[in-house]
Design a binder for this molecule. Structure first.
Ligand SMILES: Cc1ncc(COP(=O)(O)O)c(C=O)c1O
Length: 495
């Protein structure tokens, strides 16, 4: 017998030496986090990081650590400085607003520290449950596969890789795509993650043909058919149509049933980008508009947007599990499966996507769906749709505002357009108003450009918003828009 080997019992592990003190720090962080969530309605929307905290997060690599109480204080100091999407007047881009219930899931997931790339353990069963629920929600067959991922951007890459490889008989996995001349189609209003996926899959962003939209910003399906025919005639190989359920600019939804017909007729893969809009299936009145999702070969959507799961969590569903698995599965020696033991539970999630190590995102999704149920989550979505229509009515009734796109779902694009102001001056004024609203902590809409004009874009994926918040927004736009200071900056923007 040699000398006893020194071990973690000597304090060498990274676990707390003083668990009582650690518990006190943990409870302090929890209390601060709960306070923050309970007061989500109070205070500013966006609170930029103050200079002293910017300095605190710009330090040299530390040789020695700090104690847990010190770290807890640093963490809680950060709490007010999120993007602001927990506040009821956050209307920018497409951000969900999160729920306190999610905190329980995140704490549990952190304590389990599960790697969900594969193997047979609790987290895998939770993710399978979430995927089964999603199949049911979107009318996908029981045989369809799916994966919880970081968001729609990654879900899109996964779905389009399955589509690409299926079209090329999976030879592309070894040989690449040179000479295949694959092309696909999405509307001019489709999200940039689609062309980025084409870029990342070696097809080139320009191989995603951008089909013009009609007045309500939906894909012009006659133009789509013409584009497919022209590409075929020119020797290209069409392989996918991407329909959007809820475009990022205006919330428009492409005619999905028509796209499904065209895809079937042309022998093309139908992918639906339903990042936020697909979840409107939870609203009985809206569900018919999204019914054709069940005819898609793949669907990408997010839990972190209209389901309010804390960042980040999205999903990809693929109708044909075998194709999906063939596009990703590699089981090298060190990842062999078993029928028993920890290496059981096949197929593993790693066979459906590019990540081997993965966190336990599915737990917060499970918590959200189990905790609220689809009826209540759907009601929150329905409320946002009603609020967008309410906002559009207010804008329509006020000569100082101009509605810039039809409101078909949850996004309202408009301009503050007081008499006599148009063109570039109006672009500059509206851009400046949005910056000022954000800087003053009043509200956080974002901007976009529609048909060449800058517009104020209010996106409602926020379960805390009330109609009052929208009325306040309009009042504040007018106030800021009429300030001399705003007009002066507007002039500078024009110079
Ligand atoms: C229609 C649409 N598609 C894709 C995305 C990208 O989703 P994510 O940010 O989750 O990657 C968004 C994001 O807003 C979107 O609105």
């Amino acid at each position: 017998m040699g000398q006893p080997v020194s071990g973690p019992e000597d304090g060498a592990s990274l676990d707390p030496e003083d668990w009582e003190a650690f518990r006190a720090s943990a409870h302090a962080v929890l209390e601060e986090a709960l306070d923050r969530m309970q007061e989500a309605r109070a205070g500013r929307v966006w609170t930029p990081l103050p200079d002293e905290l910017k300095v605190a997060f710009d330090q040299p690599l530390p040789g020695a650590g700090r104690d847990a109480a010190d770290i807890a204080a640093a963490l809680t100091a950060l709490l007010p400085h999120g993007v602001g999407n927990t506040h009821p007047r956050f209307f920018g881009w497409v951000h969900g607003s999160g729920t306190p219930l999610n905190l329980l899931a995140d704490i549990t997931a952190a304590a389990m520290n599960a790697n969900t790339g594969g193997r047979d353990h609790g987290a895998i069963y939770v993710e399978k449950q979430v995927i089964r629920w999603c199949r049911e929600l979107f009318g996908f067959p029981e045989t369809a596969s799916g994966l919880v991922v970081s968001g729609t951007s990654l879900a899109t890459i996964i779905a389009l890789k399955a589509a690409r490889d299926a079209r090329l008989g999976f030879a592309s996995r070894q040989d690449g795509v040179e000479g295949a001349r694959l092309v696909g189609y999405a509307s001019a209003e489709a999200h940039a993650c689609n062309s980025r996926a084409f870029d990342m899959l070696g097809l080139g962003a320009s191989a995603l043909r951008r089909v013009p939209v009609n007045d309500p910003f939906e894909m012009d399906t006659a133009a789509l058919e013409a584009a497919i025919a022209a590409d075929r005639a020119a020797g290209y190989q069409p392989f996918v149509i991407i329909g959007t359920a809820g475009t990022v600019n205006t919330g428009a939804t492409d005619p999905l049933a028509v796209l499904a017909d065209i895809a079937a007729r042309e022998g093309l893969w139908l992918h639906v980008d339903g990042a936020f809009g697909a979840l409107a299936r939870l609203v009985p009145d809206l569900a018919p508009r999204f019914a054709a999702i069940e005819r898609a070969d793949s669907l990408a959507f997010d839990f972190h947007k209209w389901l309010h799961v804390n960042y980040d969590a999205g999903c990809v569903l693929v109708r044909d599990e075998a194709l999906h698995r063939r596009a990703f599965s590699d089981r090298p020696d060190y990842l062999q499966g078993e029928t028993r033991g920890l290496a059981a539970g096949n197929p593993w999630p790693v066979e459906y996507g590019p990540e081997l190590s993965r966190g336990f995102r599915a737990l917060k999704v499970w918590t959200q769906i189990a905790g609220f149920g689809t009826a209540r989550l759907g009601e929150a979505i329905a409320r946002n749709v009603q609020q967008a229509a309410f906002l559009a009515r207010q804008i329509g009734a006020d000569a100082d505002f101009e509605l810039m796109a039809p409101v078909s779902l949850n996004i309202c694009c408009f301009r503050y357009a007081p008499q006599g102001l148009g063109g570039a001056a109006s672009d500059a004024l509206n851009a400046e108003i949005v910056v000022r609203l954000q800087e003053e902590g009043i509200a956080a809409p974002s901007t976009t450009r529609l048909r060449g004009r800058t517009v104020i874009r209010v996106n409602l994926t926020n379960h805390r918003t009330r109609e009052d918040d929208l009325l306040l927004l309009l009042r504040e736009i007018k106030r800021i828009g009429n300030q001399a200071e705003t007009r002066a900056v507007m002039q500078r923007r024009l110079e």
